[in-house]
Design a protein around this ligand. Sequence first.
Ligand code: SF4
Length: 234
Amino acid sequence: MVTQFLSINSKINNINQINYTSKEGITDLPVMESFYTIQGEGYYQGSAAYFIRLGGCDVGCVWCDVKDSWDASKHPQLNIDTIVSDATAEVNGNTLADSVNNVIAVITGGEPLMHNLNHLTTALKLKGFRTNIETSGSSTLSGSWDWICLSPKKFKAPLPEVIPFANELKVVIFNQSDFAWAETYAAQVSESCKLYLQPEWDKASVVTPLIIDYIKANPKWELSLQLHKYINVP
Ligand code: SF4
């Protein structure tokens, strides 16, 4: 899927290059926070990952646990070169090393696709990062990605053109009706796309047993837990 994506992605990047040229002024992005930690969710759960959480979200999930991210203007606009050099330095423990060896950089939000991410992902790759994104898919795809985690939300649906590029579909389960809703997206992603069901954190005690039963009956799905919340890392 990655190879397939990369070949399709090169076409998308050509299209986005046009967008990017018209947005040449985009050298800064609103950064709510960035940190080096363990990925707690989905396919890369348990792997070292540098997170960059961008401000701005127009999706409006009622159970959102990062509502402070919604207003991009609340967060400092940081130069992309600074964002990437900070990432490289933190991953390398502030040694003088100028690149990383395939460490994952996860771009999240907020809804990160509200921003054109071509420049950021190119700069991260030049430093040796693998680029991952966590997105609802509700805005136009930009950037060059090694892994796309699509987490569709009922509050603003993914754009149909984004769905085929998902390497991972992660659906947050809030109530019983979400299982049928999850299946509507499982039917639209590529055959190689990994499928995860994740309990909404505040409902976890109620919905996790439902998810376990559902996965036992529908083994194409796997369980994603927010491991970082159990081990108390960001
Ligand atoms: S898409 Fe993410 S950041 Fe935006 S409201 Fe939903 S959970 Fe919160």
